[in-house]
Design a protein around this ligand. Structure first.
Ligand code: SIN
Length: 557
């Protein structure tokens, strides 16, 4: 009986594999445009995105060149601004670069680029001191920086600001520096639709503004710093802007993307019906927070010797197991044993948000569950943040630098954004100076060829996609569910990708479908469990076959 069932399942899977093999490549450009009738904008360096990586890049590039920062919402609406925990940096007595490197490589499970890890961690203190010199106020006691710890770090090396609003402090500091710089212009509420490329060289981008309409932005160098794609999942800590636009446009332009299966799930987001999935920072556990199941039992020590401070993938998977075992939608984080004054001072924002739902963090358990948090994979770059397309750079979450391997340590990403952003900006700036090439816009007429008529309910497809990704390509994966996801996405692509939309809602949906497809295809390929990629049908790490990266690239560009 068992054998029969198995072969039926196999046949079922094979039939479906055949059906998803007929994938349609996305159109090169999402919209039609004509350089004779479109407004033109010129800049030396175009930076897309205004988080820590984008603004760091802009500030460095502006040392020699004119810079235009384009961002799809307000300048301060991005993942950086929501980051709570902090920046991992070697600044405390007793810590060393080699200890931080070791923790980072251990978490990355064989897929970090050791040279990049060393370079970024060594450069961290200089970049953080620069931020402090620009006015960033990190939390201090008796005039000394205070350090906390997060999962997988064996040393308290995380600095933070305003208790649990580190990203906001960094973002505001960088915005102030950028605003004062005469070489930097900022276009807010401007949606970049696609990169303009010819013969493997990037020349800028086509963008859109609700009042100004479409514009061709011609740039000698283009830097993608558009952040991640948490919005493809139903449960995510990411703000609404994180729809993977940069990943999708880089793919359409022919760049190589790497490790798209490695989506990191944060173990603890507030889980209350009607509440946004607000992050309960890992530093809450760093300060002594305890995870409990519905019976009030502490469970992490039975899963890992570092208990609540085990690496994130372990904590997320353990929470999932406890949720299944106790038949509950969530577990709890308990910080009631920490003195109230300390708690309120250390986590003011978490206190405020929880209080708005009637939870006093000093007295009540906080309901939490994992949700999608960070895209570890992304546009493949070298150590100068250069992508595989000439004159196109990528930095921050949209890029795959090799810093995180198969699992990112908490607070290593603000560090990476600061360093890689600066590297990208400096390299772009200097390479323009070296080449002395003038901007030469050329005639370009693109006919995207899509139907402009659409009766689609974009929200409905978007919500269905998010639920599908959460269910079938989430924390725990297997062939059957990944295949189901691929098949569904393929079906939606058939009637969404051929349309030509006239506003961001449509372009974002097209980008989310494409990025979801890349995640699912890569997750199906990796037939092992490693880091954040956990397959219940291949539970072991297989170094013989899979200690390598998975790359994806558009077939024709
Ligand atoms: C957190 O505060 O837990 C998030 C920090 C990070 O993801 O790096």
């Amino acid at each position: 009986m068992k054998i029969k069932e198995f072969s039926l399942t196999n046949k079922f899977i094979k039939d479906r594999i055949r059906s998803v093999k007929k994938q349609v490549e996305p159109k090169r450009y999402l919209v039609s445009f004509d350089s004779r009738t479109t407004a033109h904008v010129f800049t030396d360096v175009l930076v897309m995105g205004s988080g820590v990586a984008g603004l760091s890049a802009a500030i460095q590039a502006a040392r020699c060149d004119s810079v235009l920062v384009v961002t799809k919402e307000r300048i301060d609406e991005n993942n950086t601004a929501y980051a709570q925990g902090g920046v991992a940096v070697v600044l405390s007595a007793g810590d060393t670069v080699s200890k931080h490197i070791k923790d980072t490589l251990d978490a990355g499970q064989g897929l970090c680029d050791a040279a990049t890890v060393k370079a970024f961690i060594s450069e961290g203190p200089r970049r953080v001191n620069e931020l402090i010199a620009w006015g960033a106020l990190f939390d201090k006691e008796n005039d000394r920086l205070v350090f906390t710890q997060e999962g997988g770090h064996h040393f308290p090396r995380i600095i933070h600001a305003q208790g649990d609003s580190t990203g906001k402090e960094i973002e505001q500091t960088l915005i102030a520096v950028a605003r004062e710089n005469k070489n930097i212009k900022v276009f807010e509420h401007t949606f970049v639709i696609d990169l303009i490329t010819e013969d493997g060289i990037c020349h800028g981008a086509i963008a859109w503004h609700a009042k100004k309409g479409s514009m061709l932005i011609w740039a000698k160098r283009t830097i993608l710093a558009t952040g991640g794609c948490g919005q493809v999942y139903r449960e995510t800590t990411n703000p609404g802007v994180a729809t993977g636009d940069g990943l999708a446009m880089a793919y359409r332009a022919g760049a190589t993307l790497q490790d798209m299966e490695f989506v990191q799930f944060h173990p603890t987001t507030l889980y209350i019906a009607g509440a946004v999935r607000f992050l309960i920072t890992e530093t809450v556990r760093g300060e002594g927070g305890i995870l409990r199941n519905k019976r009030g039992e502490r469970f992490m020590p039975k899963y890992h010797p570092q208990a609540e401070l085990a690496p994130r993938d372990v904590v997320s998977q353990s929470i999932l197991k406890e949720m299944q075992k106790t038949d509950r939608t969530h577990v709890y984080i308990d910080i009631r044993h920490i003195p109230k004054e300390r708690l309120y001072a250390r986590f003011p924002r978490i206190r405020e948000i929880c209080a708005s739902f009637g939870i006093d963090i000093a007295k009540d358990l906080i309901p939490v569950r994992p949700s999608a948090h960070y895209m570890i994979g992304g546009v493949k770059v070298n150590r100068f943040s250069r992508t595989t397309i000439r004159h196109l750079y990528a930095c921050g979450e949209v890029a795959c630098t090799g810093m995180h391997g198969a699992n990112r340590l908490g607070s290593n990403s603000l560090l990476e954004g600061l360093v890689a952003g600066s590297v990208a900006g400096a390299d772009a700036g200097k390479s323009i100076q070296r080449s002395k090439r003038e901007l030469f816009p050329y005639p370009i007429q693109e006919l995207a060829g899509g139907s402009k008529i659409s009766w689609l309910d974009l929200n409905d497809i978007g919500n269905s996609l998010k639920s599908l990704m959460w269910r079938d390509a989430g924390i725990e994966r297997d062939e059957k569910h990944l295949l189901e996801a691929e098949e569904m996405i393929e079906m939606w692509c058939r009637y969404v990708m051929d349309k030509e939309f006239a506003n961001p809602a449509g372009w974002e949906l097209q980008n989310m479908l494409l990025v979801s497809r890349l995640i699912v295809v890569s997750a199906r390929k990796r037939k092992e469990s490693r880091g954040v990629h956990h397959r219940s049908d291949y539970p072991e790490t297989d170094n013989t076959h899979w200690k390598r990266h998975i790359t994806v690239k558009r077939q024709k560009s």
